[in-house]
Design a binder for this molecule. Structure first.
Ligand code: P6P
Length: 357
């Protein structure tokens, strides 16, 4: 009989709370409810083909992307878990154009929940891993109910971040700034059990992830960087394997466990849109916090994504996230070869939010 302790995510979160004597348990409750939401969403993703949850809805999100039925289901589950708890002052979802206010009949609280309810949803119909991403800020403004000022905070101020990967098994990974922990769903028990303690990027990276279909649009610096990853920069360079499944959470999760880097760069295909595809508030901040806690690093090609000052809710950001040495190499290639791109991107990056006087 294995002597390995069975630690549920609920118990682990409770134990993490002990490090904060002044904790009231509200924050703990939010994380525990995210785990419950993850179980509920996992149950539906495993059987989406059998219910009518597969396929596109007749609505599109703010990016003009057709919303999958499972996207909307996951979005509703997370909203329903939080809107009436008195824990949040506001929420924001990748699937909603604007802030999600707490209905006036409910109390508000000291936290802000941001989430991408189902990332990679174009993979749902073909049974490829998808994920949920979330992050939690503390209330910042003095307003009684949440405002954009409470939401658009730098990643450095995050209290917690996590993701769920619905793959061959369902895993929930989270950090509250004291390391990264992974829990695997035991479907029979209906419990997330601790399976990965204090996850760290391995010293030696194994993979790089980028969509080679966009190679013709890459800036010179990104081209040069990818060549180094392919071992083309010097005869003795060891190439990394290329793995890209078009589902950010799955690609990020594999690279964190095996070592590597995920890249979604900006380019000058449309000079007025040099910022790539990833969403700062719903994807990049959360994964940057987790990466940093796992000994890695996330950059927009200029600097730490956790330092990027948000100016709009659906702000996009180029993303290089993984082993710190690889990400810093990418920054160096961009500094050396991508002046034109930097001149187009920096004014966007340095835009100030409307509420900054
Ligand atoms: P592309 C999914 O839509 C997503 O936001 C991420 O999950 C994924 O990494 C990326 O887009 C894939 O984008 O342009 O390579 O298909």
């Amino acid at each position: 009989m294995s002597s390995k302790k069975l630690i549920t995510i609920e118990r682990h979160i409770q134990e993490q709370q002990r490090a904060y004597p002044q904790a009231t348990g509200v924050f703990t409750g939010m994380l525990q409810d995210m785990a419950l939401a993850a179980k509920f969403i996992a149950q539906q993703t495993q059987r989406a083909g059998l219910s009518d949850l597969l396929g596109a809805s007749d609505t599109s999100n703010v990016y003009g992307e057709r919303q999958q039925k499972l996207d909307l289901f996951a979005d509703q589950v997370i909203y329903n878990m939080n809107h009436d708890t008195g824990r949040v002052c506001a929420m924001a979802s990748e699937e909603h154009d604007d802030l999600i206010d707490v209905p006036v009949e409910y109390d508000t609280g000291n936290y802000v929940l941001l989430y991408d309810p189902l990332d990679g949803s174009s993979n749902i119909d073909v049974n490829v891993s998808i994920g949920t991403i979330f992050s939690i800020h503390s209330k910042f403004s003095r307003a009684e109910r949440g405002t954009m000022e409470d939401v658009l905070q730098r990643g450095k101020r995050l209290l917690a971040a996590g993701y769920v990967v619905y793959g061959s098994s369902t895993m929930m990974v989270y950090t509250t700034g004291r390391g990264v922990f992974g829990f695997t769903l035991d479907v029979g028990l209906g419990e997330f059990l601790l399976s990965h303690e204090l996850i760290r990027f391995p010293e030696q990276p194994a993979y790089y992830s980028i969509n080679h279909g966009n190679a013709r649009y890459w800036t010179p610096g990104v081209k040069r960087f990818v060549e180094t990853l392919q071992g083309l920069d010097a005869p003795q360079s060891r190439p990394l394997g290329n793995r890209y499944i078009g589902s950010l959470v799955a690609d990020f999760h594999r690279n964190m466990l095996k070592g590597g880097i995920f890249i979604y760069p900006g380019d000058l295909t449309e000079p007025e849109k040099p910022y790539g595809k990833m969403r700062l508030m719903f994807e990049a901040q959360a994964l940057a916090f987790i990466a940093e806690q796992a000994g890695g690093y996330a950059s927009d090609g200029v600097g730490d994504i956790l330092d990027v000052r948000p100016h709009s809710l659906h702000q996009r950001v180029p993303m290089f996230v993984g082993n710190r040495a690889l990400v810093e190499k990418a920054e160096a290639c961009i500094r050396e070869h991508d002046q034109a791109w930097l001149e187009a991107y920096l004014p966007y990056r340095n835009t100030r939010a409307a509420f900054f006087s």
